[in-house]
Design a protein around this ligand. Structure first.
Ligand SMILES: Nc1nc2c(c(=O)[nH]1)N[C@H]1C(S)=C(S)[C@@H](COP(=O)(O)OP(=O)(O)OC[C@H]3O[C@@H](n4cnc5c(=O)[nH]c(N)nc54)[C@H](O)[C@@H]3O)O[C@H]1N2
Ligand SMILES: Nc1nc2c(c(=O)[nH]1)N[C@H]1C(S)=C(S)[C@@H](COP(=O)(O)OP(=O)(O)OC[C@H]3O[C@@H](n4cnc5c(=O)[nH]c(N)nc54)[C@H](O)[C@@H]3O)O[C@H]1N2
Ligand SMILES: [Mo]
Length: 766
């Protein structure tokens, strides 16, 4: 039977209802090893088998005091009782505190599937029930999503259809300069699923066509070996300074594309004045950039020369903007590409996120595919996604966001479905404190991960293997059948079935289900897609289900906002910005008057970086990048991720010179720490990491020794025990996970057992 996941398509081998194996599909040239490992997790001891309620909550103990969430035992209850508790509490909170007191922002990747999409189901349910406070933007690219509409205009994600594809790079481009690299591990996934992994072979094609690659990153391994990339490691978070140094060199040598800047951009003069130091007396020249970034002066000058004498592409990944002032490297990369002379030329110019997902740089899009229908949310208020702890700790406070003033709402009930905040949020100690504030936390989960342990009511849900659905990934031209491979574990139910039961209790079941069964919905959404495309474009549902895949017709656009069109005739093809051109200077951003985001790209010192005073005590920069072995925290309990652990801990990679200076040997358990917290991890020594940097991937389930104690040791290795909950700037309020300093030392205390995958104390139903 076919299996569709965010990390690819597989085949499940099932024997009398039992899941035996998950195998890669033969037509996938680069299948992800995450798939086969899913079997280990399907029935592990961490599965949530019955609805469960935190003991203190059930006893009606004061909710806003103490630190019971995260350490209490749970009482298992019947589904009927659980549905009563949740529906009564929703009714109480709505009537006493208003609909905006219900937080349904519920960020997270959930699972593939057009119908059983966790957030889609939750939002539909909460909107029909009166509304909810939502969240805006993503943990992935909040800074990019807010800055790009000012600079190049259009939808925050429209850059994905406006940047060159690998094929076009292979054909037209000579030099790719990648800020943050092009890590193939990241192209293992694609949101919503994918039929085949294509990035590796397309990158190979570029190399075979003679394209040269420069990997600007703290990790050599951020480009594949076969690309033979030149490695230019920079002090982390200094990309903007490097780009400014390159830009200055272009400008003073007259190598920049004056014609394009004049016709197709606005405000270059204002920026140039900053570049040469007219106002602050500091020219942002190659020597200045070298002093900040640690890259040699010649390397900066050389980049300027090569970028302007070759058909070049500047691409920037997402990690560089998940940092303090993360808006700047994105904005500056656009400006640098505009100066370099290749902007708007086929296969060249500028891009973001090449290789961060399989489809980015592979395809521009696919036709639209129906999903669980949205219902307008009657509550207009929202929070920037990463400001959740702020909202809980400081309701009523007013914050800036993209030129607006937002009042943080008072949240009384948190409803999370399809995400894992106790993996994804920065400074988990602060989140754990904030989490004690609301009256009630409801979580739908399949496993007793940290977020489930920090809830009041946990409702066990079926996984993507345990329900019928179909998938369609971002920019992937396939529909993929997702037949139920096995029955839901224990008493777990689909999210939809839970919401339907709650809606029935609250009096809007018909509106929620539209009187369709789950099977009817899946068929209905497929048939709607088919009708939209013209019936001939796709087979009937039964044929599709038998074949398990169907090819979508090619997506022909339109893809507005093209830089090629802009270059050809900026009057006829203006960009959707206020000036109709690329905004090197944005009068709008300038008018906001922010001290942490000016009217043009600018170098701001990060709060934490290797040249900060704090580095005296914490001299290593923590790179908490995406994990190769799982999707964030998903399937950390799967066979593949478990197999990468070192004495049960998440691996942390450190340069041999830094390890030697600290007496750290390969395979040793170490303690990574700073003023916010500490975690254990297993040491890996490698020259692939530049000196001064340690790399610890995200997603190991947070395993605090004392969940209520701020700064408590994490036994397992989640980097968010160490990161800062600090917004990028007042403009985007995005997360800045990649700006954190730490120290590492051998851990010679008695090794505590990892309890991340052990359920809390469960009191069986009485
Ligand atoms: N330090 C640091 N932190 C980071 C980042 C970083 O670079 N550094 N990166 C950030 C980024 S880019 C992201 S996108 C976030 C990711 O953060 P998340 O998207 O929250 O992480 P996931 O592990 O994918 O969490 C998905 C959760 O949904 C559950 N789930 C899966 N399917 C279903 C379903 O059908 N129904 C329900 N109810 N639940 C389901 C899974 O069990 C899992 O617990 O992390 C962010 N955090
Ligand atoms: N296997 C796998 N793939 C994934 C995911 C996953 O969980 N697992 N998550 C997906 C998601 S949600 C997202 S948003 C994307 C994220 O895509 P990215 O944000 O691009 O991915 P990361 O792995 O966080 O970072 C890539 C590299 O950026 C480099 N880097 C970090 N800081 C800096 C810096 O200051 N300067 C420079 N020049 N480089 C820096 C690091 O060396 C890191 O390895 O990945 C997606 N792909
Ligand atoms: Mo992400």
């Amino acid at each position: 039977m076919s299996v569709a996941t965010h990390w690819g398509s597989f085949t499940a081998v099932v024997d009398s209802g039992r899941l035996v194996r998950i195998e890669p599909r033969r037509d996938d040239p680069a299948p992800s090893p995450i798939g086969p490992g899913m079997v280990v997790a399907a029935d592990d001891s961490a599965r949530v088998l019955r609805p469960a309620v935190r003991r203190g909550w059930l006893n009606g103990e004061p909710r806003a005091r103490g630190a019971a969430r995260g350490s209490d035992a749970f009482v298992e209850v019947s589904w009927d009782r659980a549905i009563t508790l949740v529906s009564d509490e929703l009714r109480r909170v709505r009537s006493q505190h208003g609909d905006g007191a219900v937080f349904g922002g519920s960020y997270g990747w959930a699972s593939a599937g057009r119908f059983h999409h966790a957030q889609g189901q939750l939002h539909r349910f909460l909107a029909l029930g009166g509304g909810y406070t939502d969240s805006r933007n993503t943990y992935s690219t909040a800074a990019l999503e807010v800055i790009l509409p000012h600079v190049i205009g259009g939808h925050p994600w429209s850059y994905q259809t406006r940047m060159p594809l690998w094929d076009e790079v292979a054909e037209n481009c000579e030099l790719v300069v990648a800020f943050g690299g092009l890590a193939l591990k990241n192209s293992r996934v694609n949101p919503g699923g994918l039929a085949r992994h294509r990035t590796r072979d397309l990158q190979r094609r570029c190399r075979e066509a003679g394209v040269r690659f420069v990997n600007i990153s703290p990790l050599r391994s951020d480009t594949a070996g076969f690309l033979d990339a030149e490695w230019l490691p920079l002090v982390p978070n200094t990309d903007t300074a490097a780009m400014l140094g390159v830009a200055h060199t272009m400008l003073v040598n007259g190598w920049h594309d004056e014609d394009f800047l004049r016709r197709c951009c606005v405000g270059f003069d204002r920026f140039a004045a900053y570049l040469v130091g007219e106002l602050d007396g500091t020219p942002k020249d190659a020597a200045w950039a070298a002093g900040i970034t640690g890259a040699g002066r010649d390397a900066i000058t050389d980049l300027a020369r090569r970028l302007t004498t070759h058909r070049s592409l500047i691409t920037v990944n997402y990690a560089v903007q998940r940092a303090d002032h993360g808006e700047q490297p994105i904005w500056m990369s656009v400006v640098l590409a505009a100066m370099a002379g290749s902007m708007g030329r086929p296969g060249c110019g500028w891009g973001a996120g090449h290789a961060t997902m399989d489809a980015t740089g592979v395809a521009r899009g696919r036709p639209s595919v129906a999903t669980i229908p949205e219902v307008p949310n009657p509550v207009p208020g929202f929070i920037p996604v990463a400001r959740i702890a702020d909202a809980l700790l400081h309701p009523g406070e007013v914050i800036d966001y993209d030129g607006r003033r937002l009042t943080l709402p008072e949240l009384r009930l948190i409803y999370w479905c399809g995400g894992n905040p106790f993996h994804h949020h920065q400074d988990l100690h602060r989140l754990a404190r904030a989490w004690q504030v609301p009256d009630t936390v409801v979580v739908h989960e399949a496993w007793w991960n940290t977020t489930a342990k920090f809830a009041d009511i946990v409702l066990p849900v079926a996984t993507g293997l345990e329900r019928d659905d179909f998938a369609a990934g971002f920019a992937d031209p396939h529909l993929l059948a997702m037949p139920k491979v096995r029955e839901p574990a224990g008493e777990s139910r689909t999210d939809h079935r839970v919401f339907a039961a709650l809606a029935a209790r609250l009096g809007f079941e018909r509106e929620f289900t539209e009187s369709r069964s789950e099977a009817d919905w899946v068929r209905h959404l497929y048939e709607r897609t088919r009708a939209q495309l013209g019936d001939a474009a796709l087979p009937g549902f039964d044929d599709f289900w038998r074949a398990s895949t169907a090819e979508l017709p090619a997506s022909t656009g339109p893809f507005p906002g093209s830089f090629e069109a802009l270059r050809s005739d900026p009057r006829r093809f203006p960009l959707p910005t206020p000036s109709g051109r690329i905004e090197v200077f944005s009068a709008e951003i300038d008018s906001f008057g922010y001290d942490d985001c000016a009217g043009h790209p600018k170098w701001f010192e990060p709060a934490e970086w290797l040249r900060a005073g704090l580095a005296d005590r914490f001299p290593l920069h923590l790179i908490s990048n995406q994990p190769a072995a799982r999707l964030h925290s998903q399937y950390d309990n799967g066979g593949h991720s478990l197999g990468t652990k070192i004495r049960g801990r998440e691996p942390v990679t450190i340069n041999p010179s830094d390890a030697a200076a600290r007496g750290i040997g390969s395979g040793m358990v170490v303690r990574v720490h700073n003023d916010r917290g500490s975690c254990l991890a297993g040491a890996v020594l490698s020259d692939d990491v530049m000196p001064g940097v340690v790399q610890l991937s995200t997603g190991a389930w947070w395993d605090p020794v004392q969940p209520g104690l701020s700064g408590t040791l994490d036994r397992h290795g989640n980097p968010n025990a160490l990161t800062a909950d600090r917004p990028c700037s007042r403009l985007s309020q995005g997360p800045s996970a990649l700006s954190a300093l730490v120290e590492v030392e051998p851990y010679d205390g008695p090794l505590p057992d990892v309890l991340a995958f052990t359920p809390p104390d469960l009191v069986p139903p009485g």
